[in-house]
Ligand binder design. Structure first.
Ligand SMILES: Nc1ncnc2c1ncn2[C@@H]1O[C@H](COP(=O)(O)OP(=O)(O)OP(=O)(O)O)[C@@H](O)[C@H]1O
Length: 257
């Protein structure tokens, strides 16, 4: 039996009279990497925030490993879930290492000192994003891509079982885009990752969920989802899709006319 880590049923959320996420149900399996794609403003960030318990749905419910998240405390949630926000701005005097240390907060009590497990989590996370040599550098002096990698390290230091990432490849050069997505795929945890780059989604996600106008319009293997018809209907583009030589996953070639 495959284990469902995330089970969302009939999620609806909105602001005022506007419905932003409409009746979305989805399942994410243990250790799966689920991509979330859709046009600007389609509701990807809103859905991620609902799934991570950062917003409450108007209706519908979310279970994480069989427990309704509405019944869990923030701290209990933070021990299981990490969220990498879209270009989160942190204006601090902290060093890189101090920012990543914040990821350990949910695991520490007021009485416990800094343990070797905390230290190992922080060093391991910094190494994974290739920032260990920058650990003493002040946060404000980092480039956009370096900040993004440190945010990811902070999430990793949290030792979550589920990670939500909102466009984690923003600001990254192509080498680091690929490195980060390869890492997310290979980590022993469940992840849901909003992406704009459809070819990267195809390369690195086990399945892809497509959201348009707040509604889930597809959720399946990349080869099932990334069709010329769907790209036309959802993204309003003309593209040719063919299996990549090396992996057989869909490769999208955009047309300029
Ligand atoms: N608190 C809010 N109040 C009013 N409108 C909101 C609020 N939060 C989100 N929206 C609107 O809901 C829609 C979906 O936003 P969301 O950020 O979830 O989209 P997205 O798919 O992540 O977009 P993008 O690809 O541009 O990042 C947008 O039109 C946005 O303006």
């Amino acid at each position: 039996m495959t284990r469902m880590t995330i089970r969302a049923d009939n999620l609806t959320w909105g602001v005022g009279r506007k419905t932003i996420v409409r009746d979305v149900s989805l399942r994410v399996e243990k250790n799966e990497t689920l991509g979330l794609i859709g046009p600007n403003g389609s509701g990807k960030s809103s859905l991620l925030r609902l799934l991570a318990g950062l917003k409450r749905p108007r209706s519908g419910q979310i279970e994480i490993e069989g427990r309704n998240i509405a019944s869990l405390s923030r701290r209990a949630l933070a021990r299981q879930l990490a969220f990498v926000q879209q270009s989160a701005a942190s204006d601090t005097n902290l060093s890189v290492r101090d920012v990543v240390k914040l990821g350990r907060t949910p695991h520490r009590s007021a009485l416990s000192g800094w343990s070797s497990a905390d230290e190992a989590a922080v060093s391991g996370a910094l190494s994974r994003v290739d920032m260990i040599e920058r650990r003493t550098q002040p946060w404000q002096t980092l480039s956009g891509g370096e900040r993004q990698r440190v945010h990811i390290a902070r999430a990793l230091a949290q030792s979550p079982t589920i990670m939500f990432l909102d466009e984690p490849t923003n600001h990254l050069d192509i080498h680091h885009q690929i490195e980060i997505l390869r890492m997310v795929r290979d980590l022993d945890l469940t992840s849901v990752v909003a992406l704009h780059d459809l070819n990267l989604a195809s390369m690195f996600c086990d399945r892809i969920a497509v959201i348009a106008g707040g509604t889930l319009v597809a959720c399946d293997l990349p080869s099932k989802v990334l069709t010329e018809a769907l790209l036309h209907d959802v993204f309003r583009i003309k593209a040719e899709v063919s299996p990549a030589d090396d992996t057989g996953r869909p490769h999208i070639r955009f047309r300029s006319e």
